[in-house]
Design a protein around this ligand. Structure first.
Ligand code: GMT
Length: 376
């Protein structure tokens, strides 16, 4: 098949999943075209079977706003004509589902062959941004007009019907990892750079937006550190990172909260961690949690959205209501101070990833879905 994957290139789960899907589909013999504003950071320069197509959005002094939707739709339509696409797969509905819909309409109007549009819903494209009254009608319309729609969890599927004017079928295809690559790697002295003997390493990886509740990350960590010597590694960038630093200083724990910025290979840092904190307000799936679990790191997370579809409380991690900071700290302390419990949870977490969320289990489901959509 000839497939265009349309996605965000910035550090974020939807772009990561789209890029990994592109690589896996190419490895399975498909011709894959990635369409984005910049090259996604996990794509790498020389990916056999994958071609990157940059979307250029010219500026014009009259416009204050970049017209990305229009340049993206135009680029997709051009690409479809150039290579004869079978599928346009839009990851994250805003504005990708709308751009794909427009591109298909343009192609249809010219009477040439028309690719099918598949949209994958990822999270805030539905739960926070997409259901905002400023967007809901157009986004709902674009999703409904896709030829096939998938969501990354049952929870997100339910949120879509609740929050948007969408009536069509939605297939749940969960996120995945390349398990051959994504696992615990040797530490090679990295841990000693952050924590001496007897100290635990707690980690949080995100794009530091309000939905990640960075204040709660600091709060839970402060409670853990008061009873167990530990450091907190913050991996990623985003608007709330300064808040994390400020709160850590205010609480007098600044020297134990280390911001490492965006990292291309998060595995290295997950592989030296003992505990992952994810107290998000909402999380349609929690790819960051899955990455931690694949590296044998127990996760303490909020019981929200799709996280219960990934983590079983007390078995493969811990889930608490987002405001139960004390309970999150207690679960964190339990795994950090009880090596047998830590080993049990880490092993169960790794098993969950291997049994349910490896690429070889999930990518064929996307292929079958494409075939169904192409068959109409
Ligand atoms: O929706 C977002 O906030 C952005 C998106 C992203 O690109 O990082 O994250 C969502 O998609 C990920 C990949 O499917 C999921 O693992 C995240 O849980 C989800 N984020 C939220 O729901 C907050």
């Amino acid at each position: 098949m000839k497939i265009a994957i349309v996605c965000y290139a910035s550090i974020g789960g939807s772009g990561i999943v789209a890029t990994e899907l592109a690589k896996c589909l190419a490895a399975r013999g498909h011709q894959v075209h990635v369409v984005s504003r910049e090259q996604p950071f996990r794509l790498g320069d020389d990916q056999p079977g994958v071609t990157f197509h940059q979307v250029l959005t010219p500026s014009y002094p009259l416009f204050r706003e970049p017209q990305y939707l229009l340049s993206l739709a135009t680029r997709i339509a051009q690409l479809a004509r150039e290579v004869g696409l079978d599928i346009i797969h839009a990851h994250y509905a805003i504005p990708h589902a709308t751009a794909a819909y427009l591109a298909r309409q343009i192609l249809e109007s010219k009477g040439g062959p028309t690719p099918k549009v598949v949209t994958t819903l990822h999270g805030t494209d539905i739960t926070i941004v997409g259901s905002d009254p400023s967007y809901a009608e157009t986004i709902g319309f674009s999703i409904d007009r896709s030829d096939g729609v998938t969501a990354v969890s049952e929870s997100l599927k339910a949120d879509t019907y609740r929050g948007l004017p969408v009536t069509r079928d939605i297939r749940v295809i969960p996120n995945f990892l390349d398990c051959r690559i994504h696992h615990r790697v040797p530490a090679n002295g990295l841990r000693e750079q952050f924590a001496g003997p007897g100290r635990s390493v707690v980690i949080h990886v995100s794009n530091f937006r309000p939905v990640k509740r960075i204040d709660t990350v600091i709060d839970v960590f402060a409670r853990i550190r008061a009873r167990q010597p530990s450091v907190l590694l913050l991996v990623g960038e985003g608007p709330d990172l300064p808040l994390a630093r400020e709160l850590a200083q205010q609480r007098g724990i600044g020297e134990d909260v280390l911001a490492l910025g965006g990292q291309e290979d998060v595995r290295q840092f997950l592989s030296i961690a003992d505990l992952f904190l994810l107290p998000s307000a909402t999380e349609s799936f929690g790819l960051a949690a899955l990455e931690a679990m694949a590296c044998d790191v127990p996760v303490v997370a909020s019981r929200v959205g799709g996280l219960p579809e990934v983590i079983e409380h007390g078995v493969s991690g811990f889930l608490h209501p987002p405001d139960e900071v004390e309970a999150m700290a207690e679960s964190g302390l339990a795994v950090l101070t009880d090596p047998a419990l830590h080993a049990r949870i880490a092993a169960a977490a790794r098993r969950v990833v291997h049994d349910r969320f490896c690429a070889e289990k999930i990518v064929p489901r996307y292929e079958r879905f494409y075939e169904e959509v192409l068959a109409g």
